[in-house]
Design a protein around this ligand. Structure first.
Ligand code: GLA
Length: 386
């Protein structure tokens, strides 16, 4: 239910009046640059035309009353109360953002709000970042203040880290807040400088394939990978005193000091160091119109995530392999944190239909699961619609 009038009607039904505002924030697909953002590295995501929408109306009593049109559930809390709800998983994102904004002194007001969305859940397309960023914008509109988009992304990231407990990087909240229609953003996650890069307007499509394997154990494995990267940096710092993060390590440096690292930590570091190179390389390739090269780098990224970083899974591998067997596919890889979720493929427009039927059938044959495909357009970042 994304139609504005449906959302307004849903608000009226839940709260008995008209909403005074509607905001949206998109999910994302990362084209390349996976597990690099918490290593101060480079990422290359696009916001997608699947989003979270919040219709709201300010209240004067400091209470937030929520209705999730997706889950058919209510939640309510007082601003300033940091308590997490055990039952209302989705509402914790809205609470968490409120807690962070309050701690920063923003003049929050309570609100009635209907939350809905089209970002597939638990599928690695950042529905939670979209909910955080949409919540932040809803608080801004309700409280009549505004936050600069980069700062909004950082505050939402803090909510995820401090309130939800995932030690995530900045990519998801950043692209949801700053995405640009028809562009991917090359983001330097250390400086937060970014460059919008136009996506080809015709000839090729970005096709997301959902394995419909919910991401399992992702939070603990994610935090573990992060710790392994930090361990690598700590060990390498003896030999390379100037480094602060894996971002600062050149592939040749890593090879030279490989023997000083535990073999698992070495593989984790190798993925990150080479993935950073691949992002820079792939941006150059896209800007030069070299889709073959771009696709090759996507393939290398997946293989590295599978073998060195070990965050893929049988379903993602099966889908990627099936995709690579289709004529007209430039490249295919898992996208997002991994352990289930989605793949992203660059596919010639003329092959998109064949892609969906061939990959769907092969994926079903190999895993017994049904795939879902989304041919997506890069969309704008968070915005007020009403
Ligand atoms: C999740 C995190 C991001 C990023 C990706 C992996 O989506 O939220 O910060 O680390 O995983 O690239």
């Amino acid at each position: 239910m994304t139609d504005l009038s449906d959302l307004q009607a849903s608000f009226e039904h839940a709260f008995g009046s008209r909403p005074t505002f509607v905001v949206r924030a998109p999910g994302r697909v990362n084209l390349i640059g996976e597990h690099t953002d918490y290593n101060d590295g480079f990422v290359f995501p696009a916001a997608i035309d699947y989003d979270v929408r919040i219709a709201g109306r300010p209240r004067d009593d400091g209470e937030v009353r929520l209705w999730s049109a997706l889950f058919g559930r209510r939640a309510r809390f007082m601003l300033g109360s940091g308590r997490r709800s055990r039952r209302g998983g989705w509402s914790n994102y809205v609470r968490g953002v409120g807690v962070i904004l309050a701690s920063e002194g923003y003049p929050l007001r309570g609100m009635d709000a209907v939350v809905t969305g089209t970002v597939p859940l638990s599928s690695g397309l950042s529905s939670s970042a979209a909910l955080e960023v949409a919540s932040c914008l809803a608080y801004e509109v309700a409280g009549d203040f505004s936050i600069e988009p980069k700062r909004r992304a950082l505050l939402c990231q803090r909510a995820e880290r401090e309130y939800v407990g995932v030690q995530c990087g900045i990519m998801d909240q950043f692209i949801s807040s700053l995405g640009r229609a028809d562009h991917a953003l090359m983001i330097d996650t250390r400086s937060l400088d970014y460059r919008p890069v136009p996506l080809p307007s015709s000839g090729v499509s970005i096709v997301i394939g959902n394995t419909n394997k919910p991401r399992g154990l992702v939070d603990s494995a994610y935090n573990e990978r992060r710790a392994q990267c930090e361990e690598g940096v700590a060990l390498l710092q003896d030999a390379l005193p100037g480094i602060r993060a894996l971002r600062d390590v050149a592939p040749s440096d890593l090879e030279r000091h490989a023997a000083e690292l535990d073999p698992v930590v070495l593989r984790r570091c190798r993925h990150v160091v080479l993935e950073n190179e691949r992002v820079l390389d792939s941006v150059r390739a896209l800007e030069a119109g070299d889709l073959d090269r771009f696709g090759l780098l996507m393939n290398e990224s997946h293989d590295s995530l599978r073998d060195d970083y070990e965050v893929s899974c049988a379903e993602l591998d099966a889908m990627v392999e099936a995709a690579r067997g289709v004529e007209g596919v430039y490249g295919s890889r898992m996208t997002g944190a991994g352990f289930g979720g989605c793949t992203v493929s660059l596919v010639a427009d003329s092959a998109v239909e064949e892609f969906q039927s061939a990959v769907g059938a092969e994926y079903r044959r190999r895993t017994g699961r049904e795939a879902t495909f989304y041919v997506c357009r890069a969309s704008a970042g968070a915005e007020r619609l009403l």
